[in-house]
Design a protein around this ligand. Sequence first.
Ligand code: GDP
Length: 479
Amino acid sequence: NPASLVQIMLHLGEMVTATQSVNEETLQLLAAELDYNLLVVSPEEEDRELLETFDIEFGEDEGDESDLVARPPVVTVMGHVDHGKTKLLDAIRNTNEVAREAGGITQHIGAYQIATEHEGEDRKITFIDTPGHEAFTAMRARGAKVTDIAVLVVAADDGVKPQTIEALNHAQAADVPIVVAVNKVDKEGADPNKVRAQLTEYGLVAEEYGGTTMFVDISAKNGIGIENLLEAILLTADAELDLRANATMDAQGVAIEAHLDKGRGPVATVLVQRGTLRVGDSIVCGEAFGRVRAMLDDNGEAIQEADPSRPVLVLGLTAVPGAGDNFIVVTDDRMARQIAQQRAARKRIADMARSGRRRTLEELFSEMEKGQVDELKLIIKGDVSGSVEALEDALLKIDVGDEVRLRVLHRAVGAITEYDVNLAVADDNAVIIGFNVRPEVRARDLAEREGVDIRYYSVIYQAIEEIEAALKGMLKPEF
Ligand code: GDP
C-alpha cells in the first residue's frame, strides 16, 4: 500500500508523500528494491496496446494482397527559410487550377491533392501545405509517419544553408526519399550546378553526376519546371516506394491540422492513409471523437468519401485533436468515446508524472480554451456554513452556456486540510477555494509541492466575478 511504499522510499533516502508524483528514476529505484521489473512503455506502445483491447490494429493494412491498390505519394516541402517553399506550394496548386471543378474556391486546409499525367496515366500527388520541417518533425516526434517523399527546396542564388542540411537530415533519418528542387533559376547569379555540387557532400548525388537523386531546376515565381518536378516526384515514388493501401477497410490516418471554428466547432484536416473515410463514420482522433458530419476537400467542396492519401477537412468531432494524432474509424460511437476517454485519462496521468505538479487555475483555463477540458472542478472551504452554501449557490448559478460547467467536488466548513489538497490532487484539475479560511501548514506545503491551485476570497461577489470571468474566457475559441 502507499504508506509502506513511502517507508521504503524513506529507507532509500527519498522523502516522498503518497500523493506526490515521482520521477522515473525514483520508480526504478523502488522497483529494484522490491525486486520488480519496471517496464517503461512509450506512449505509442501504450496506445497500440489500448487499441488492441478494442481489437484495432493501427497502421496495418488488413486483408489480402489483392485488396491493395496504388495510392498517391504524400509530399512535404522542406528547405531553408526564403528559398521558396511557400511560393512552390502555391505554384504547384496553381498549375492544377484547370483540374479544379468550376466554382471551387481554394481552401487552405493544411494539405491538397493535385492531378497530373505521368507516362500516359492519370496520377495524383498529395502535398502537405505547411512548409518547413517543423511540421514534419513535430508529427514524426508523435510517431506519425505521414511523408512519403520530401522535396528539398534550395535557392540557386543562395546555395546550401544550415536549414537545408537540417531538413535533409530529418528526411534521411526518417528514411524518406528526397527530390531536390533547385529554385530561383530565373535570378541573376543563380548557379544550379553549384547546388548539385554542394549536396554531393551530403550524400545527395544528382543522376547526371552518376547518383540516384533527382534534381529539378525550377522557378516557383515564374512557374518554370513545375511539371518536371511533379514528374520527378512520381518517378522517385515508382522507383523507390511501393505505395499501396487497402481502400476497402475502415479508414485510418493522421490529423495534420485542427482548430476550433466559430461556426462549425472543432474541425480537423486528416490524411486518410488506408481505408475509405465516409460521412457518417464514427471516428476517434487522438482524444477527440465523434461522427463525421461532413467532409470538405481542399476546394471547399463537400465530399462523401475519401480514399487513401486524400486530405479532407472533417466536421463533427467533439474536441480539437493535435497535429500528428492518429485517427481511426470504429464500429460505433460508444467505442469511439471509450477510446477517446481512455486516452485522455492516460494522458492526464502521463502529464502528471512528467510535470510532477498539477495545473494552476490559469493553465487550466488556457487548456479549457483549447477545448480539452469542459469542466471546472472546485473544492470550497469557508468559515461558516452559511457562507459556504451561499458561495456554492452563487457559483453554481453562473451560466455561461453548455460548453463549460462547474462542478463542486466537496464543500465544508473549516481550514483547508491535507484531505482537501489530496482530493484536488486525485481529481487532477480541481481548484480549492478558501473563503475567509487559510490552509493548515501541512496542507499548504502539500499544495505547493503538488502544484494545487488555492484561491482565497473574503467577499462573495469577488469570487463569483473571478470564476465567471474565467469561465467566460474559456468560451472564446482561439484561432
Ligand atoms: P519560404 O520561406 O521558403 O516559404 O520562401 P517563400 O516562398 O516565402 O519565398 C521567399 C522569397 O523568395 C519571396 O519573396 C518569393 O517571392 C521569392 N521567390 C520564391 N521563389 C522564387 C523564384 O523562383 N524566383 C524568384 N526570383 N524569387 C522567388
